[in-house]
Design a protein around this ligand. Structure first.
Ligand code: GAP
Length: 513
């Protein structure tokens, strides 16, 4: 656990030190759970967004984009169920006066049991060596089965109680499991209460005439209320999707874990409109497709798992999370939800306008069902960034810090370095910068010895360092150094563009899907 916390602290300080993420309003002591993306962070975030957009919109001729406003008519949130049901169950510790999400306390308790399972697996793997079969072990070992059953019983009881709004049972469960305040160790808890997560604001010049609005807690509703506009103007035929990326706001009470849980964050959502009755097929399709998208980035298949929901949101008939192994354990990265016709039907009811599709093949109107994929851009950023940060032991007993970002996402693709600050090398290096910057983000760096510059670019996540030396003056060749392997080769300046393009081209990465 201490090792995990250590790693996470390193992630946060590296993000600040190398210009990726800053605390918002830092000079005024910051705002909790609100962050700014710095010069490198903004590029990484944009590249992740583009990678998603290309895979979802550009490569699918039946998915189109949208950019709906953050402010929306307040009745939308009544219709969607957010006014009445977008709550978190909160519990206070009477001694420490700290507030927690009751469901998170219980989930963290289960995560600890899961750590015990992991330990058993590791022990057995060591004992059995090459003949070890993890699946067989976890499905037969009595201790592991006992732990797993305990987790299932707890989560299933929690799921049912939350669904039935039985908050007294959630408190009873916390007490039965003897869950203590993680900070103070106290078990002196208040009752569990529901707390609405939407931020309110006002629209209008005077207090009397102002209209109460909410900052949107998800981008999805902007898609639903535009469903017919897009369908008609785009002459879209079911099945088709509408995708958008944009800010969402939630008054998260337990806002810890850096950019994992923020109050202002960005979502990348796609609503796929389908014929009623086909939702199971599309649920499986999007589960598979979205996992492939993740795997194409090479963060490691073992770092992902599905978590099917016991407790379904008020709009869903099936739901799963793609969980990622963050430095603090497996947590939700993306949600895939079968939302039925809940949202469109509700908007029909509350607006009095028909939101139906005429199916020429069936020769009838119906309210489409919806399959949703929803991923937090900031969470994806954290997944990519924390996975990339490694401390490497080198052969000469030194270590190097390297940010092994997938090259397609790296903020800068190459750093151009004159070996020395004289003999015309800087001018030549700057010429290369001028040429490459039409195609890629590149940086020029002439400060310090070249070895230090390599280390600086490694820690910054730059996939290539291109060094201009005296041989360059003679034969127009440079050395190109690979961040991950540290291998260097000598190439012609005229070939640089193609060499870099091959490694950073979105097509080459998405083709792995
Ligand atoms: N439209 C469905 C929806 O909003 P959700 O599971 O509440 O579903 C979807 O959110 C995704 O948005 C999550 O999987 C997560 O990646 C991201 N997300 C949710 N709350 C967040 C927060 N407070 N900070 C950062 N990302 C968040």
């Amino acid at each position: 656990m201490a090792k995990q916390e250590d790693k996470f602290k390193k992630v946060i300080s590296h993000a600040k030190e190398y210009g990726y993420v800053f605390q918002s309003s830092e000079i005024y002591d910051g705002l909790s759970a609100i962050y700014d993306y710095a010069q490198n962070g903004v590029e990484l975030k944009k590249n992740i967004r583009d990678y998603w957009w290309k895979a979802m919109v550009q490569m699918n001729d039946n998915i189109v984009g949208l950019d709906s406003a953050i402010f929306m008519h307040p009745t939308i949130w009544k219709a969607s169920g957010h006014v009445d049901a977008f709550n978190d169950p909160l519990i206070d510790n009477k001694d420490s006066k700290k507030r927690y999400r009751a469901d998170v306390l219980i989930e963290d308790y289960c995560a600890k049991i899961e750590t015990k399972i992991d330990k058993e697996v590791k022990k057995a793997a060591k004992r059995f060596g090459d003949s070890f079969n993890k699946d067989e072990f976890t499905s037969t070992n009595s201790r592991v089965l006992g732990y797993q059953e305990k987790i299932n019983t707890i989560l299933s009881r929690m799921g049912k109680s939350l669904e039935n709004e039985d908050l007294a049972d959630i408190k009873a469960l916390i007490e039965e499991l003897e869950i203590a305040d993680p900070l103070s160790g106290s078990k002196n808890w208040t009752d569990v209460k529901q707390f609405n997560l939407m931020f309110g604001t006002k629209l209008g010049a005077s207090a009397e005439s102002a209209m109460d609005l909410y900052l949107r807690p998800e981008t999805a509703q902007g898609i639903f209320v535009n469903f017919l506009n897009v369908q008609k103007t785009g002459r879209m035929k079911i099945p088709f999707g509408i995708a958008q990326t944009g800010k969402a706001f939630r008054n998260e009470i337990v806002a810890r874990q850096f950019i994992f849980r923020m109050r202002e964050f960005e979502q990348m959502e796609m609503q796929f409109f389908i014929k009623p009755g086909t939702q199971k097929k599309w649920f499986d399709h999007w589960k598979e497709t979205r996992l492939k998208w993740h795997l194409s980035l090479g963060l490691g298949a073992d770092n992902y798992r599905f978590h099917d929901h016991e407790k379904l949101a008020h709009y869903a008939d099936a739901a799963t999370d793609i969980e990622f192994k963050f430095p603090f354990g497996f947590k939700e990265l993306e949600g895939i939800h079968s939302r039925t016709d809940f949202d469109l039907s509700q908007h029909e009811k509350f607006s009095g306008k028909k939101l139906q599709y005429f199916d020429h093949e069936e020769n009838k109107n119906y309210v489409p069902y919806v399959l949703e994929t929803s991923i937090g851009l900031d969470r994806m950023f954290l997944a990519v960034f924390s996975n990339a940060l490694v401390e490497e032991e080198l052969e000469n007993n030194t270590t190097r810090t390297v940010l092994k970002l997938p090259a397609v996402l790296a903020p800068n693709k190459a750093a151009i370095l004159p070996l020395v600050k004289k003999d015309g090398l800087p001018d030549l290096a700057k010429k290369i910068v001028e040429d490459l910057k039409w195609d890629f983000n590149v940086v020029y760096d002439e400060k310090d010895a070249v070895g230090r510059r390599y280390r600086r670019q490694d820690a910054n996540g730059t996939p290539f360092c291109i060094t201009v030396d005296h041989t360059t003056l003679e034969d127009n060749t440079v050395t190109i150094r690979n961040r991950d392997t540290m291998e260097q080769s000598r190439v012609k300046i005229e070939n640089l563009k193609n060499i870099i393009k091959k490694e950073v081209d979105v097509k080459n990465w998405l083709m792995k899907m």
